[in-house]
Ligand binder design. Structure first.
Ligand code: C2O
Ligand code: CU
Length: 745
């Protein structure tokens, strides 16, 4: 799949030497380069390489010495680009990112030659060429012998580029004159094969295969913005990405061997200072708006001991952007809803009123409860109507949430702002010693992305058919949010409340944190990590430690969405700032996170009596679209089942089941990663992989009211990527069609 070619390296000496270099903690070798001065040794030369499709978002390393030029290439033909440094006419090549000594050292050409890197003979290994005026001396192997070929191309004063312009597996030359690129499809003397015009005459230009097509194209850089072409042609850019800082020296390479080139920067910094991460995609937000904390919902306890909440869906306006009123919907307010909170063992009731001009519903996402209380499409509440679901809270402590689920309109209702959290407490969570002072050291974060029209209204217009990828990130409705941290440890309860976008959360200084809970509650013990990826509807609770006076940014990093056809369209490459955390000069003490959090009782695969398979393919679920009147699956109460889920589309889907929390038995036959070992109700399903889930159905039965399972990418759900199951007593006859009352439509 991968192009055997390279991208850019030393396009011109000026470009490679755009920043001063400095020393490395990992010296390349002892052979011959100029020794570093003391002053130079006090500074480090670090490389920050983005890795667009890997879960490991970046290589950060130091390499080489002051004065070295940096080259990028695949020196050993393994499909991965690595670094080399040049000192005069000596080249030090590494074949991995492990640091340490060079793997190969060769001498070639003269110290003042301009050097080029390319796979000139198509063998998958990059080698060197040196340029003297318009003459190119080309080597086909990485050794110090004489040139294998000599050719002339262009004019002596032209800037030259190297790339595989036609996808034939060999690199050839192009020369640049202003904004015109004279491209030769084969490495030979003679005139160019074609001319393309791109960018401006004063742009810095880079070469890379940014789509994995096997053909190289151009990118121009303006500050930290890169305007990428997906194929070599005249015309406007296909994509714009932000990366690094304006003063960085840029590198292009395939750092992970996936066949797609991505960006890297080289930067000089003080030795030992923390690597500076990528800048966010939307750099014009200050992150000085105090984070809104959803209020805890009031409740009363009635004579029977039921905790009663009231909730009203209503229209309102919010000011997300300075000076602009945006029409929004909320529960008990203009946007989002209050946090409901109850103890395991309590009976709750919610008196819900719909003051919208259309029907809606309130679904209790993640809750184990009777199907007629579930708030799915069978419990729509008409405009002006009300509904009073009641149930016994009987499941472990967890961060659940609630949102509308009207048939075919869930995306719009959630997007307009109808969502809130529902926290369950129990003895285990109380005993855990985890931070639990709501809004102080236990902070809910409803993370959403929004797109706005020019006049500042929310819009569902989208570039990808699956829904909106908003360019504004908000937390609890606050854009550019900052939260003061007043304790040594803070617990963040993160909900991906977006309709389509997944996030790969981490911190700007790459500090680690403890993952303590997933959708359905506490993990058996904390999992220390630097990233947690959440698809729409998923939750994670993390505990972050802070030192007095420091600050860090909760950020979403590039992420792995699997083998999808349009990773950039689905935000896999995005870096987005989410929430700035600023620690007070003095912090109150917090208990350490205990090694054991929950009892760890697991469902036993041997108890499973039924296995069902669900395939999402061509935007159908097992070949069908949702039908409110059709029962897709009949489950017997008090049984354990295995559901095997596969996404056979090359787009993102995830998978959510109502009523139960499931456990992940395996992903493609392998034990799940730590973040998928806890109780889950929603899971991202990478294309082509098989997810085996185990769950137990208990307590509630009905032949009339089903529960749902579906993709939680809400436009997909609305489209019909959803099915229904009923849970019944053993031996119950289930009618073929369900009563569907269509009030409200
Ligand atoms: Cu959060 Cu069926 O949905
Ligand atoms: Cu989907």
């Amino acid at each position: 799949m991968r192009s055997s070619t390279r991208s850019v390296t030393a396009l011109t000496a000026a470009l490679v030497l755009a920043v001063p270099f400095a020393t490395a903690s990992a010296d390349v070798d002892g052979s011959g380069g100029p020794p570093a001065t003391q002053a130079e040794q006090s500074r480090g030369n670090s490389y920050h390489l983005s890795d667009s499709t890997s879960r490991h978002t970046a290589h950060v390393l130091t390499y080489g010495r002051p004065g070295d030029d940096t080259l990028v290439g695949d020196w050993d033909g393994d499909g991965v680009d690595t670094l080399a440094v040049r000192r005069g006419s000596t080249y030090h090549f590494t074949n991995s990112f492990r640091g340490g000594d060079a793997d190969v050292v060769v001498t070639y050409g003269r110290p003042d030659d301009v050097v080029l890197v390319g796979d000139w003979d198509g063998d998958g290994v990059d080698t060197l060429a040196v340029r003297r005026g318009k003459t190119y001396h080309v080597k086909d192997s990485l050794d110090g012998g004489p040139a294998d070929r000599v050719l002339t191309f262009g004019r002596a004063q032209d800037e030259v580029l190297v790339g595989d312009w036609n996808g034939d597996g060999t690199d050839s030359l192009a020369v640049r004159r202003g904004a015109d690129y004279h491209v030769s499809d084969s490495l030979r003397s003679g005139p160019a094969d074609r001319v393309v015009r791109y960018g401006r005459a004063d742009d810095e230009v880079y070469v890379g295969d940014f789509t994995g097509s096997g053909r190289d194209a151009l990118a121009v850089r303006r500050g930290a913005a890169y305007h990428l072409l997906h194929e070599l042609r005249s015309g406007p850019a296909d994509r714009r990405v932000m990366f690094g800082r304006p003063g960085d020296a840029a590198l292009v390479g395939d750092w992970d061997g996936d066949g797609t080139d991505s960006l890297g920067v080289r930067r000089t910094s003080e030795v030992g200072s923390a690597p500076e991460p990528q800048v966010p995609e939307v750099p014009d937000v200050e992150f000085d708006q105090p984070l809104a904390i959803p209020p805890l919902a009031d409740s009363t306890v009635d004579d029977e001991g039921t905790r009663v909440f009231q909730l009203t869906a209503q229209e309102g306006t919010s000011s997300f952007l300075p000076g602009v009123e945006t029409e929004t919907w909320g529960f008990d307010g203009d946007f989002l809803g209050p946090t409901l909170r109850a103890e395991r063992g309590e009976r709750v009731a919610v008196e819900f009123t719909n003051t919208l001009e259309e029907s809606t519903s309130v679904h209790w996402h993640g809750m184990h409860l009777p199907p007629e209380m579930d708030g799915g499409p069978h419990q729509e509440v008409p405009a002006g109507g009300s509904w009073r679901p009641t149930w016994l809270v009987d499941q472990p402590a967890a961060t659940l949430w609630y949102h509308p689920h009207p048939h075919g309109r869930t995306e719009k209702h959630v997007y307009m702002g109808l969502s809130g959290l529902f926290l369950i407490d129990d003895e285990e969570s109380a005993a855990s010693g985890l931070p639990d002072e709501y809004g102080v050291d236990d902070i809910p974060l409803v993370v959403q992305d929004k797109a706005f029209t020019e006049d500042g209204q929310l819009t569902l217009a989208s570039a990808v058919p699956s829904g909106v990828m908003g360019e504004r990130i908000m937390v609890n409705g606050t854009v550019g949010a900052v939260q003061e941290v007043t304790s040594e440890r803070v617990r963040l309860r993160i909900l991906n409340g977006s309709t389509l976008r997944s996030y790969n959360f981490g911190f700007s200084d790459d500090r680690s944190f403890q993952l303590v809970a997933t959708d359905g509650g506490l993990l058996t013990g904390p999992h220390e990590t630097t990233r947690i990826q959440l698809s729409p509807g998923e939750r994670a609770e993390i505990v972050v430690e802070m030192a007095p006076g420091e600050e860090t940014m909760l950020r979403s990093y590039p992420q792995h969405l699997g083998d999808i056809t349009d990773p950039e369209g689905y935000g896999a490459l995005d870096t987005l700032d989410v929430l700035r955390l600023v620690a007070a000069p003095e912090l109150t003490a917090s208990a350490e996170v205990p090694g054991t959090l929950a009892d760890g009782e697991r469902l036993d695969e041997a108890d499973a009596t039924v296995e069902r398979t669900f395939v999402m393919k061509n935007m159908r679920l097992n070949g069908q679209l949702m039908d409110m009147a059709r029962v897709d699956e009949v489950v017997t109460v008090d049984t354990t089942e295995i559901w095997v889920v596969r996404n056979e589309d090359r787009m993102p889907h995830n998978w959510h089941i109502h009523d139960v929390q499931f456990e992940v038995l395996s992903v493609d036959g392998e034990a799940p990663p730590p973040e998928l070992r806890g109780r889950k109700d929603t899971i991202y399903t990478e294309p082509g992989r098989e997810y085996r889930l185990i769950m137990r159905f208990e307590h509630y039965t009905s032949t009339e009211y089903p529960y749902m399972y579906h993709c939680h990418l809400l436009r997909h759900e609305d489209f019909g990527l959803m099915g229904q199951f009923v849970v019944v007593e053993p031996g119950t006859e289930v009618p073929d069609t369900l009563p569907v009352d269509d009030h409200g439509h």
